[in-house]
Design a binder for this molecule. Structure first.
Ligand code: ATP
Ligand code: MG
Length: 361
């Protein structure tokens, strides 16, 4: 069996550090590992429309932003297929057939859907399209026969739902679809990176993000005003690490080499944490260090983005070629699905012969 990756992002804004540590960085490593036969990276515009149906302009404007972010982190169109969900109609068709395999109450129990319904104030009236997006996500994953889906922790319920659909389909119609495995970040701090405001998740919809395309000035401003420990008022006060976003980001991004280079008074993060908890270490010093650590990661990304920004038409050509390649693969799978479901009437010579026989008597 081939090793295939499918993952993606909603074009609801530019990509941020949460996407980077939760999924993007891993994708680039997997891409360059040479261990995967095919890598599909999807800009999920149709999914974004399920909760932004009244704002298609937002989705339209952000496709190029997400594509630029992909290229800037090192996704390479020669190795990874970058494509746009809505341009692959086979995905919608699969969704329609998978809908028969899922119950309303199962969708209602999906914890990610539950929390997103709350976040969007959809309690009173949930658009059907939004409610069903886990099914459409199952189509995206299975259409490419993905074996591996590198995503953040919030996607775990989606993968469970996908695997249930795969098992149900295969048991009803015969072995056709492949069960994917989720690949979560190894580093605990990266499973769900909090926002700069200390909220549980950095998210485009919450406006608490450091974007990969932010200028050094913007990054610094955001870092310097980040949520830390509200009880740590004076430098001498002992500080707390629990819920302290600056330290969570250091857990996610800092390496021992950064200390030698930018903060040689400390050997490593444990020593810095110890001092902070003891008291006598101010937030400003820690934030300045974090800013340098982030800059080291972000400046090559920014530079690569600047290069691609000079050739926007070229970026659109990359996406168009990606859509063609993705469509070819998805339509192969759709054909297999229709064969398994026996809705391939014109290719089914046995069926036609049977009916000829029935009426020739
Ligand atoms: P939206 O608010 O529109 O849902 P989002 O910021 O949640 O946007 P998505 O496009 O939904 O971003 O998520 C894309 C990928 O990035 C998913 O794999 C998701 O798990 C991951 N991801 C998003 N935010 C974070 C985060 N804060 N920490 C870790 N991973 C994240
Ligand atoms: Mg999301």
């Amino acid at each position: 069996m081939e090793n295939i990756i499918l993952t993606g992002d909603r074009p609801t804004g530019r990509l941020h550090l949460g996407h980077y540590v939760g999924s993007l960085k891993r994708r680039v490593e997997l891409q360059n590992s040479g261990q995967y036969d095919k890598i599909f990276i999807m800009i999920a515009d149709a999914q974004a429309l399920t909760d932004n149906f009244d704002n298609p302009e937002k989705v339209r404007q952000n496709i190029i932003e997400v594509a630029l972010d992909y290229l800037s982190v090192g996704l390479d169109p020669a190795k990874s297929t970058l494509f746009i969900q809505s341009q692959i109609p086979e995905l919608t068709e699969l969704t329609f057939y998978y809908m028969n395999l899922v119950t309303v109450s199962r969708l209602q129990r999906n914890p990610t859907v539950k929390s997103e319904i709350q976040l969007r104030n959809f309690e009173a009236s949930i658009p059907v399209g939004f409610f069903c997006y886990p099914i459409s996500q199952a189509s995206d994953i299975t259409a490419f026969k993905a074996t591996c889906v590198p995503v953040g922790e919030d996607q775990l319920p989606m993968l469970e739902q996908t695997n249930e659909i795969v098992r149900k389909f295969n048991s009803v119609y015969g072995e056709t679809l492949v069960e994917p495995k989720i690949l979560l970040p190894d580093n605990k701090a990266c499973l769900r990176l909090p926002g700069t405001d200390g909220k549980a998740k950095m998210s485009k919809s919450l406006g608490n993000c450091i974007y990969l395309s932010d200028t050094p000035k913007e990054v610094k401003q955001k870092v310097m005003s980040m949520y830390t420990d509200p009880l740590h008022l004076k430098v001498e006060d002992p500080g707390h690490l629990e819920g302290n976003t600056v330290f969570t980001y250091l857990d996610a991004f800092s390496k021992p080499e950064h200390f030698a280079e930018y903060l040689p008074d400390y050997q490593n993060l444990d020593e810095l944490k110890e001092h902070y908890q003891r008291g006598g270490l101010g937030d400003v010093k820690v934030k300045k260090f974090l800013n340098k650590v982030l800059e080291e990661e972000l400046s090559p990304i920014r530079a690569r983005r600047a290069e691609y920004e000079k050739d926007i038409e070229g970026v659109y050509r990359i996406l168009q070629a990606g859509c063609e390649a993705a469509r070819a693969k998805a339509s192969e799978t759709l054909e297999e699905v229709k064969n398994a479901m026996k809705i391939n009437y014109f290719e089914d010579s046995a069926l036609i012969a049977e009916h000829v026989n029935k009426y020739s008597k």
